[in-house]
Ligand binder design. Structure first.
Ligand SMILES: C[S@@+](CC[C@H](N)C(=O)[O-])C[C@H]1O[C@@H](n2cnc3c(N)ncnc32)[C@H](O)[C@@H]1O
Ligand SMILES: [Zn+2]
Length: 268
């Protein structure tokens, strides 16, 4: 089972002890037990998913859109920054697309995907045979052992600098992908989608500066020729799914413009 590959990374969400497999559950030494779902993921959230967790429709749209390769330049950029990693974590991993792509280029590595959406975690559980998948809330604290990660990926997902610093070993890398101002500009304009938060990069650097050093930043731009179905998936796979917007009725040329920021956890 793919989850077994990631067991060494996991910590009990109740007492922080190591978790091991006991038949169809994960178990810590204190006796806290968590059932492994039939689909292979495990819910370590300990409560119901929040109302804004990705829905089945959003997850399906994301899987189709990413599976068609429209965001492949992000996969390539992430791969180019990862060398000889053993343990790679992705938080807010959605379908696990990026972690699976990086694992493909790291044949000796194991991966762990976390997401607050059980439906996303279910999908990520099938994304790669060396990737475990758990339901967890990045804000509430990650069920991951301290210093366990060699590489931490965070692509268009919430960040918790304190937790990131705790789970990253000294000398490890944190790779963050954020949208730049021009990202999806034509789709935003045509369909009245949500805007991009101002000053996103400066905020990112400020929030991580206490625990990480910024070592590399790369702007990645490409153009996507999307048919109407792909435009619909692009809209449905993100937060716009929760908001009023126009309907995509025709193909659209859409520019993608994102930033890959690489940070290192200093060696003390
Ligand atoms: C825009 S999607 C990006 C997903 C994936 N990284 C990708 O790019 O394909 C944001 C993801 O963050 C997840 N998410 C939102 N809030 C979260 C939280 N508090 N903890 C963990 N994941 C969260 C959502 O369920 C969703 O899968
Ligand atoms: Zn425990």
């Amino acid at each position: 089972m793919a989850l077994d590959a990631a067991l060494g990374l996991l910590a009990c969400p109740t007492c922080a002890a190591r978790l091991s497999r006991d038949g169809g559950s994960l178990l810590c030494q204190q006796g806290h037990r968590f059932d492994i779902a039939r689909q292979g993921h495990v819910n370590l959230l300990g409560r119901a998913a929040p109302a804004n967790a990705d829905t089945a429709q959003m997850v399906a749209a994301r899987a189709r859109f990413l599976g068609a390769g429209h965001y492949q330049p992000i996969v390539e950029a992430l791969r180019s920054r990862v060398r000889q990693a053993s343990r790679i974590v992705e938080v807010g991993a959605g379908t696990g697309h990026y972690l699976a792509g990086v694992l493909d280029s790291q044949p000796d590595a194991v991966g762990l995907a976390t997401d607050v959406s059980p439906l996303a975690a279910r999908r990520a559980a099938k994304a790669h045979d060396r990737m475990g998948s758990v339901v967890a809330d990045t804000w509430a604290g990650l069920p991951i052992r301290s210093g366990a990660a060699d590489v931490l990926l965070c692509v268009f997902a919430p960040r918790n600098p304190t937790e990131f610093a705790r789970i990253c070993r000294q000398g490890s890398l944190l790779l963050v992908v954020t949208p730049n101002d021009g990202h999806l500009a034509q789709a935003r304009e045509r369909l009245g989608l949500l805007g991009i938060q101002d000053d996103k990069l400066a905020k990112l650097n400020r929030s991580l500066s206490g625990a990480f050093e910024a070592i590399w930043s790369q702007r990645i731009r490409w153009t996507m020729e999307l048919d109407a179905a792909a435009v619909t998936d692009l809209v449905q796979m993100g937060p716009n799914a929760f908001h009023e917007h126009g309907q995509a009725a025709e193909p659209l040329t859409v520019d993608a413009d994102v930033q890959l920021s690489v940070f290192r956890r200093p060696i003390c």
